[in-house]
Write a protein that binds this ligand. Structure first.
Ligand code: SF4
Ligand code: SF4
Ligand code: SF4
Length: 501
């Protein structure tokens, strides 16, 4: 008899007094965790198949279901905890690399939670955002250092191409293939309605979404999937993806099973063959090489589109950002080590990279010290969870933030961290038509619009409380921040004082 070393992570609790055997849970669970026994007219469940996505819980008409963390324990200790033991059993069984979805869940400090905001009291009065104008608009792109005038004294408009946003938030890269058609449609429509941008990721742009081009950032990654002149010219900006926070230093891999139909055509990649993005761009080994690609893309789009260079936050990120700011790029995007992903090797995701807060503070300071801060705008991402995180990021020096996980949660994601399995019960990280249709893009886009409107309102309230009436005045304004429970070195890198100072 085979020994089963792995205990289920969760237990499905069914209250049989409430259950009316409607079988909705059986139909809803893509993992087949519920089963109806016709002879007993009752349901049983297989806990080992449950990923705790809460689909069945949410749709049970009688609230008969509850998912709890399994009470089964290994004889673990601080050094050998249950998760570590479990992972070794899994690798001893499979012989393979462990894969995970979404962001790094390990217990590293979340610096945003150790930073507090200021509020005006007697002097520098606060501003009431309901009665007084507040500016949340942002322009992203290189800014000229001097104002030039012609002989008649008129201002010469020599502004490089800019992205104009109604608020300092964009939906970050999620490829068609890693997320569904309906998820993409929701993001695209919400970006258009709220006056921000969404990002194709490295999967190309489905022909149905060209109409949202004015609110689309098209990505060029090392695999060059779906990249062609029409694609480059369809978006409002082009993003060169050099790295990603969830998997710095390695490429991407979309299994052949997901490269079917529209996805294969959009990616310009044969059906059924794995789409592998190499770890490096094979034409980039220096900042000079990066500059070549930046200018090739500018040439291809007649110098009308800002070029974004996206990197992961790693140890020497300030020097890398300084190089990018000199490469001709208009915007730098930095992805912190808590950034989400559809699939990444667990060891890389959980052990590589640095917190986005430290990376951002270091980059902003270095670019200012070198007098090149205006060469580029800085966009950061990697687990921005709320409007408070946005305010803190702007005060630490960001021009704007990228969100992805928060946007997916707005669409219904329950963070079950099983995207790599391709059976997302909420119709987001899946291509199976029967699951994709569970996400209604009409409802999805409205939920995203609601989230953006709510955050915009909160941003105005927090800025008003500080007596600041525009994002531009908040940018890099570290006097508005104080640290709690941080050591001298951390405060020094963040460039903020401790609370009470
Ligand atoms: S959905 Fe709820 S009521 Fe229906 S069979 Fe499942 S547990 Fe019972
Ligand atoms: S995987 Fe989701 S739908 Fe299936 S039993 Fe678990 S919580 Fe319910
Ligand atoms: S997108 Fe779907 S599969 Fe991925 S974490 Fe969210 S609910 Fe789970």
């Amino acid at each position: 008899m085979a020994i089963n070393f792995l205990y289920p992570e969760y237990e499905i609790m069914r209250n049989y007094d409430r259950c009316i055997a409607c079988r909705a849970c059986e139909r809803q669970c893509a993992n087949g965790a519920h089963e109806f026994l016709a002879d007993k007219e009752n349901l049983i469940c297989d806990d080992s198949k449950c990923v705790n996505c809460h689909r069945c819980v949410s749709l049970c008409p009688t609230r008969a279901l509850k998912i709890i963390t399994s009470g089964n324990t290994y004889k673990n200790n601080m050094n050998w905890n249950g998760k570590t033991i479990n992972e070794i059993y899994r690798q001893a069984e499979s012989g393979g690399v462990l894969l995970s979805s979404m962001g790094n869940p390990e217990n590293y400090p979340v610096y945003f939670d150790k930073i507090l905001l200021n509020a005006s009291q007697v002097t520098n009065p606060s501003i009431d955002p309901l009665r007084e104008p507040m500016e949340t608009k942002v322009f992203l792109g290189a800014k000229p250092r001097d104002i030039e005038r012609d002989l008649a004294g008129r201002i010469v408009n020599n502004l490089p191409p800019q992205l104009f946003l109604s608020m300092p938030v964009m939906f970050s890269a999620m490829s068609y293939g890693s997320i569904s058609y309906n998820a993409h449609e929701s993001l695209a429509r919400a970006a258009e309605e709220t006056g921000i941008y969404y990002n194709t990721g490295e999967g190309g742009l489905h022909e149905d979404f060209y109409k949202f081009g004015g609110n689309t950032i098209v990505q060029v990654a090392s695999g060059r999937f779906g990249v062609h002149p029409e694609y480059l010219n369809s978006g409002a900006a082009i993003e060169i993806k050099m790295g990603q926070g969830a998997k710095p230093g390695i490429g991407g891999h979309l299994p052949g099973a997901k490269i079917v139909g529209d996805i294969s055509r959009t990616r310009m990649s044969p059906e059924g063959s794995d789409a592998i993005s190499p770890a490096p761009h094979h034409d980039i080994y220096s900042i000079e090489d990066l500059r070549q690609l930046v200018y090739s893309l500018k040439e291809a789009t007649e110098y009308k589109k800002p070029i974004i260079v996206k990197i992961a936050a790693v140890h020497n990120v300030t020097a890398i950002a300084s190089g990018i700011a000199r490469s001709g790029a208009d915007i730098i995007a930095i992805d912190g080590f808590r950034g989400g992903t559809g699939a990444a090797p667990t060891r890389i995701r959980d052990n590589v990279g640095i917190p986005i807060e430290l990376a951002l503070a270091g980059i902003d300071k270095r670019l200012r010290d070198e007098g090149i801060r205006d060469n580029v705008s800085v966009v950061i991402g990697g687990s921005i969870r709320s409007s408070a995180d946005i305010i803190k990021a702007i005060a630490l020096g960001a021009d704007c933030v990228y969100i992805a996980t928060a946007a997916l949660i707005a669409l219904g994601c329950h963070l079950c961290r099983s995207c790599h399995g391709g059976k997302c019960n909420w119709g987001i990280a899946t291509q199976a038509p029967e699951y994709v249709k569970r996400l209604n893009p009409d409802a999805g886009y409205k939920r995203l619009v609601n989230l953006m409107n709510a955050w915009r309102h909160e941003i105005k309230e927090m800025m008003g409380g500080m007596g600041i009436n525009s994002i531009e005045s908040l940018k890099g304004n570290r006097l508005m921040l104080r640290g709690v429970g941080l050591n001298e070195k951390e405060l020094e890198i963040l460039g903020i004082k401790h609370a009470g100072e």
